[in-house]
Design a protein around this ligand. Structure first.
Ligand SMILES: [Fe+2]
Ligand SMILES: [Fe+2]
Length: 359
């Protein structure tokens, strides 16, 4: 049976939770001080005061020793961006808001167990490739800076962008998607999928190395503005109200502002960040641009963004297959550049067995 270590200060709070997950996980409750001398296991749930600085440095070092791909789930306050970012900065791979019930916890934990391949028992956790590790580190750093209102240091993302291009060229889109789905916290899953899809698309289009790097960079940064959207809106499991939708639609402009004041990226990067929700027929936002005003790189990011969102795994919905997600792009008609959508057809097969390592 898989083991779940729970680190906290109030074991009674977890009695019913422990019962609820007992069929899948053997739970072991420990105070933080009793944990640090033993190496982390595959699954850890941490419910501590993230404003209590005394042991956080030690905790960060402890989490850094976790096995590759292990899940470290932080319990956070729903209304606190700072707690979520603090959890990510400490090395958490995901978070769950209090109060939560046993079903919500189980859904999070089970999402961290990779599916077994046909024909044999896999290692529990696949090895994370270098480009992936660099991308996660870069994203943690810039989302942390953005949520704290600091200026963005884009250098880490820039160097990670090149590593991701190398990674996708070496292992292919299918492996990248598998890695993202198996390893990473919900917070960065979308950015990593869009990045991988955009790089594979750029490869397919035969774009230059400079353009592949630009698209990788833009994939990671395109939604940086969401760091300013309240978590309640970002993670609302039901449809947004009109007011919430208006706030959500501010994220491209927020991203532009973050990267422009002071200016830390090129003009074309700003263009991709602020315009990735524009459509060729003028129905997009925030500026309602029309086809002649929308660059090829923006068009590529927009297609990759929509596709990446559809193939994401969420606790409350299964991911679209590549074929189903591709059909959505085709059905969007004149909103998207359909000549580019036709070139994108390769991505519709990323989850078919024969496609593995083909791109
Ligand atoms: Fe977006
Ligand atoms: Fe996006």
């Amino acid at each position: 049976m898989r083991k779940l270590t729970i680190i906290g200060t109030a074991p009674d709070d977890f009695k019913s939770i422990v019962k609820g997950v007992a069929d899948v996980f053997a739970c072991d409750f420990k105070p933080i001080a009793a944990t640090l001398g033993v190496a982390p296991g595959e699954f850890t749930l941490i419910d501590i005061d993230l404003n209590e600085g005394a042991q956080l440095g030690q905790l960060k070092d402890w989490i850094a020793r976790k096995p590759s791909g292990a899940m470290v789930l932080f319990v956070t306050d729903k209304s606190s961006h700072l707690e979520v970012m603090q959890a990510c900065a400490l090395g958490g791979t995901d978070f769950i808001h209090r109060p939560f019930n046993k079903c919500e916890l189980l859904a999070k934990l089970v999402a961290g167990i990779p599916a077994a391949p046909v024909g044999g028992a896999p290692p529990l956790v696949p090895q994370a490739p270098d480009g992936f590790g660099a991308a996660i580190k870069g994203l943690e750093s810039v989302f942390d800076q953005a949520s704290l209102g600091r200026s963005i240091d884009a250098a880490m993302i820039q160097s990670a962008a090149g590593a991701v291009v190398d990674e996708i060229e070496r292992t292919g889109l299918a492996t990248w998607v598998d890695t993202v789905r198996a390893h990473h916290s919900q917070t960065y899953q979308h950015c990593l999928l869009v990045t991988g899809v955009a790089v594979a698309f750029a490869n397919r289009l035969g774009l230059s190395r400079a353009d592949r790097d630009r698209l990788s960079f833009a994939g990671m940064l395109h939604d940086i503005g969401k760091a300013r959207i309240p978590v309640d809106i970002l993670e609302k499991p039901s449809p947004l109200t009109a007011g919430e939708m208006l706030e959500m639609r501010n994220h491209p402009q927020y991203g532009f502002d973050m990267l422009n004041e002071p200016r830390v990226v090129s003009a074309e990067m700003l263009d991709m960040v602020v315009h990735h929700h524009e459509y060729l027929d003028g129905s997009g936002y925030p500026h309602g641009l029309r086809a002649p005003e929308i660059s090829d790189l923006v068009r590529i990011i927009t297609i990759s963004d929509i596709f990446g969102a559809l193939i994401e795994r969420r606790a409350y919905k299964p991911p679209f297959t590549g074929a189903a997600a591709y059909k959505v792009l085709c059905d969007m008609g004149c909103k998207l550049d359909q000549a580019l959508v036709r070139e994108f057809e390769f991505a519709s097969k990323f989850d078919q067995h024969h496609f593995k390592s083909a791109v």
